[in-house]
Ligand binder design. Structure first.
Ligand code: 5GP
Length: 193
């Protein structure tokens, strides 16, 4: 078997949606059902939530470490969100794309829009809640944020929804299975995999 068979470069996906919309749950299923999809693991200065592991959900770093990564041009994009900093490590994403994987950046909208503008070839998907009331309910029942954080994330969600039309695809997460199927269809259509 030839070792140097050229690998077709993967496709970059920008994947956003308001906090609490269920994008993490959808993402887990995408990874389980399509082995050519990889999720970029971001660096963040936020504290880990119970059950989160360094290097799995995020690389949990100090502000100093985050600033060093900025200085080294180590991020594809980075943003502040609700008082914490988040960034997409550039090298890991490039390597996964080079190895033929379709790479999802699960990032908030400011970072999303900057990647869409700088990488017009990327495919952008925005996950929408069925209603704002439902989003509030999901955020509260998750129970991982303080009341102050929930209020901040809801206000941010209202602002983020205004950016949704800027994304190529909008998927409403009213029913989890339908939303997963819809995103998988988009991946097949855009990558011909
Ligand atoms: P959370 O604190 O709920 O894990 O994430 C808060 C928001 O930051 C979410 O919308 C999440 O998608 C986004 N986020 C996670 N990693 C990154 C990143 O590397 N860059 C940007 N711009 N946003 C990120």
């Amino acid at each position: 078997m030839s070792e140097d068979k050229a690998v077709k470069r993967g496709t970059l996906f920008v994947y956003s949606g308001c906090s609490g919309v269920g994008k993490g749950t959808i993402m887990k299923e995408l990874l389980a059902r399509n082995k050519k999809i990889k999720l970029s693991v971001s660096a963040t200065t936020r504290d880990p939530r119970p059950g989160e592991t360094n290097g799995v959900e995020y690389f949990f770093v100090t502000h100093d470490e985050f600033n060093s990564m900025i200085e080294e041009d180590g991020f594809l994009e980075h943003e502040e969100f609700c008082g914490n900093y988040y960034g997409t490590p550039r090298k890991a994403v490039e390597e996964m794309l080079d190895n033929g994987y379709n790479v999802f950046l699960e990032i908030e909208v400011k970072g999303g829009v900057s990647v869409i503008n700088r990488h017009p070839e990327c495919v952008s998907i925005f996950i929408l809640p069925p209603t704002l009331e439902e989003l509030e309910h999901r955020l509260r029942s998750r129970g991982t944020e303080t009341e102050e954080d929930v209020t901040k994330r809801l206000q941010t969600a209202i602002d983020e929804l205004k950016i949704a039309p800027f994304y190529k695809y909008q998927v409403v997460n009213a029913d989890l299975e339908s939303a997963i199927a819809e995103v998988l269809d988009i991946v097949s259509k855009e990558t011909a995999d």
